[in-house]
Each structure stands twice: as structure tokens, then as C-alpha cells.
Design a protein around this ligand. Structure first.
Ligand code: ADP
Ligand code: 5GP
Length: 189
């Protein structure tokens, strides 16, 4: 039987740089898969269905919950997001490690399940820089950015529940830090 993979949970306030850092991890580590979530959020320009998210309507999303097919789910910034239970179970059984890029509510749900996992919280250097990054990304309207900033403080207050906190100030330094967490965890598994 294949050795069980490692489950990684990565959370951050929107705009802290989670997508950027997770992309680097996926480039560097062959045996790590990304869990593609389901969401009712509309796709951003350039996002691909089945790669970035499975984009669904609210009725379909609720049916997935009712059928017990979500490992965790949450309403985040006014949209639903959730993780497929089957995908996570299959990948771990195949010996693949998985990254769940999920919000703090989902992170707490997974931690409460007593699964073996490594959790990482990514912090922006400051709220001002977070606001600059969200505007600079150019993917969201002012309203959406404001909602995300309003939620950021509450999300950051949850960081003490995570095994590791990485401050994403200088990008190269943050990449090295998160990659060394993955390297250590995968050596030890
Ligand atoms: P998240 O996935 O957490 O919402 P992104 O990875 O999309 O955040 O990053 C938000 C924006 O900030 C993007 O435009 C990205 O290029 C930029 N960014 C990410 N990390 C850094 C960094 N260390 N320094 C400067 N800009 C960054
Ligand atoms: P975005 O809309 O910027 O892609 O993501 C918004 C937030 O939703 C981020 O914090 C992201 O981590 C979170 N998210 C993405 N997928 C999931 C998921 O499956 N479950 C939960 N709980 N949060 C998710």
C-alpha cells in the first residue's frame, strides 16, 4: 500500500500572497497536488474552470453539501467555497500530498476533524500593504476589495491556531520560508 501523503492547509487574508506562494511550492515539489475548490464566485479574467476552481451555481453547491460531498465549506466574502472530500481522500491514499488553499473558517473545520495535517497562515506585512496588493492585482472591484479588507483583521486574529505563520514581505524570503516548511514536513512523513 502507498505511504499516506501529507495534508497541508494554507490560509491568509485575501491579497496577502497565498496564490503566489502556493504556485511556487507546486513548481518546486513534484509530489504535491492542489485541491481545486468549488465556488459560487464568478470567475476572474484568466481563471479556468476545473483548474482554478470548479465554478458552480448556488443550487449545485448546496446539493454537494446535502450529499455529504464536501470535506469542509464556508461562506467567504459573500460567496460559497468548499473542498471535495473524494479528491482529498483519493490523493492522500495514493500517497500524494495536498494543499488546501482555504479560508480560516474552513481551516478550523479541518483542524477539528483530528486529521494529521500541517497548517500555515500567511500574513501581509501590514494592512496598508494588503490594501495596495489588492488594488494592484487589478482583479476586483472597489466594493469587493473593501469587503475583503473588512474581513482581514478577523481572519488575521485566527493565525495562532496555525502551526506556522509566514510573513509575506519580501517575496523571495517568504518563498524560501514556506518551501522549507514543506521540505521538512515531507522529509518527516
Ligand atoms: P492571495 O492569493 O492571497 O489573494 P495573491 O497571490 O493574488 O494573493 O497576491 C496579491 C497581489 O500581491 C498579486 O498582485 C501579487 O503579485 C502581489 N504579491 C504577492 N506577494 C508579494 C510580495 N511579497 N511583494 C509584493 N507583491 C506581492
Ligand atoms: P478568492 O475568491 O480570492 O479566490 O478566495 C477567497 C477566499 O476563499 C480565500 O481565503 C481562499 O483561501 C478561500 N477559499 C478558496 N477555496 C476554499 C474552500 O474550498 N473552502 C474554504 N473554506 N475557503 C476557500
Amino acid at each position: 500500500m502507498a505511504k499516506q501523503g501529507t495534508l497541508f492547509v494554507v490560509s491568509a487574508p485575501s491579497g496577502a500572497g497565498k496564490t503566489t506562494l502556493v504556485r511556487e511550492v507546486l513548481n518546486r515539489f513534484d509530489g504535491v497536488s492542489y485541491s481545486v475548490s468549488h465556488t459560487t464566485r464568478p470567475p476572474r479574467t484568466g481563471e479556468v474552470d476545473g483548474k482554478d476552481y470548479f465554478f458552480t451555481d448556488t443550487d449545485t453547491f448546496k446539493a454537494l453539501i446535502d450529499d455529504g460531498r464536501m470535506l469542509e465549506w464556508a461562506k467567504v466574502h459573500n460567496n460559497f467555497y468548499g473542498t471535495s472530500k473524494a479528491f482529498v481522500e483519493e490523493q492522500l491514499a495514493l500517497g500524494k500530498s495536498i494543499i488546501l488553499d482555504i479560508d480560516v473558517q474552513g481551516g478550523r473545520q479541518i483542524m477539528d476533524k483530528n486529521l494529521a495535517l500541517i497548517s500555515i497562515f500567511i500574513m501581509p506585512p501590514s494592512l496598508e500593504i494588503l490594501a495596495e496588493r489588492l488594488s494592484g492585482r487589478g482583479t476586483d472591484s472597489e466594493d469587493v476589495i473593501q469587503t475583503r479588507l473588512d474581513n482581514a483583521k478577523e481572519e488575521m486574529a485566527q493565525r495562532s491556531f496555525y502551526d506556522h505563520v509566514v510573513v509575506n514581505d519580501d517575496l523571495d524570503t517568504a518563498v524560501e520560508e514556506i518551501c522549507s516548511i514543506f521540505a521538512r514536513a515531507m522529509e518527516g512523513s
